[in-house]
Design a protein around this ligand. Structure first.
Ligand code: CO8
Length: 283
């Protein structure tokens, strides 16, 4: 899946001392590269960065841009003051147009492959809540710094009556222990910042977004003293099993998702969840 030549090519070309700061502004994602070759990719589909097809497509493009600009690292964050990402846009899955929802799912897979399997260094500055797909994005990075406060992070799919796909689970067991992951997944556990720190779901807490971004940069800069090719190949080897699983099972995973969203019981669960969200918001 990741031929050595491709990895060597990408890594050896990624020498960035003279890179100029640049920024590419889109309506849904902003990508800003600093003069050290660190990209900050900011999701800005407010209010909650729920991942609909268009946001996922914009993220897919941003990840390509990080490679094209030969950035050494990337920080993923959010323009919302309180939410990193609310996860998948439930409205994409509720009474879906089957063609669109298929593209939605394959784009999510693509974003995960590019983020989880990236050669460049990745860190998440989690400046607020990160449920479900929001947690998946954060866990796909190599390092997580979360802003302190009454925010939560976790995979809560079972609470919605849905089952987290295999690769969501593998991304979690790549982050915390199998035992903690099994308990968290079956109970739909949402971790507070302190709890997430304790089990290693996040690596550091931060006082605010600026502090989270600064800590992510510090993490990325740690690798200035490590040969890039050795780092990148080590990351690829460490992450090989989930990536190979995806490459071998991508079509089946899509079919399972389509069967799932087409199921009346799942639709009922989603409907109830949407109502609960609206009630919570007092609408
Ligand atoms: N999708 C769509 N709309 C959403 C979502 C979402 N995930 N989350 C929130 N919204 C909407 C709300 O309904 C509300 O809409 P409106 O203003 O029209 O009433 C608006 O966004 C703002 O939401 P809140 O008022 O709740 O905002 P808060 O800042 O108070 O809270 C939270 C933010 C904590 C993020 C809260 O909105 C929340 O808990 N959201 C739900 C998060 C969630 O459960 N996501 C799960 C998505 S499923 C997923 O990611 C993985 C699915 C895997 C599929 C596998 C199938 C096989």
């Amino acid at each position: 899946m990741f031929p050595l030549r491709q990895i060597v090519g990408n890594v050896t070309r990624r020498v960035v001392p003279s890179i100029r700061a640049m920024s590419s502004k889109g309506p849904l994602v902003d990508t800003a590269v600093d003069n050290e070759g660190i990209a900050t990719v900011t999701m800005q589909r407010l209010p909650v960065n729920s991942l609909n097809l268009e946001l996922l497509q914009a993220m897919d493009k941003a990840l390509d841009e990080v490679v094209e600009k030969k950035c050494k690292g990337m920080i993923l964050t959010s323009a919302s003051p309180t939410v990193f990402s609310a996860g998948l846009d439930i409205m994409e899955m509720y009474k879906p147009d089957m063609k669109r929802v298929e593209t939605f799912w394959t784009t999510l897979q693509e974003v995960w492959i590019k983020l989880f399997g990236s050669n460049f260094i990745t860190a998440a500055a989690i400046n607020g809540h990160a449920p479900a797909g929001g947690c998946l994005l954060a866990m796909s990075c190599e390092y997580r710094v979360m802003m302190s406060g009454k925010y939560t992070i976790g995979l809560n799919e079972t609470a919605l009556g849905i089952v987290a796909p295999n690769w969501f689970m593998q991304t979690m067991t790549n982050t915390i222990s199998q035992r903690e992951a099994e308990l968290a997944l079956t109970t739909a556990r949402m971790f507070s910042v302190e709890e997430a720190l304790k089990v290693g779901l996040i690596d550091e807490s931060a006082t605010d977004k600026a502090d989270a971004v600064a800590k992510c940069k510090k993490f990325i800069k740690k690798f200035d003293r490590i040969p890039a090719l050795a780092r990148s190949l080590t990351k690829q080897k460490a992450r090989q099993a989930p990536l190979t699983w995806m490459s071998d099972n991508r079509k089946q995973d899509t079919q399972e998702f389509l069967m799932f969203v087409g199921h009346p019981k799942v639709q009922k669960s989603l409907e109830m969840y949407i109502q609960a969200l609206k009630q919570k918001a007092g609408k």
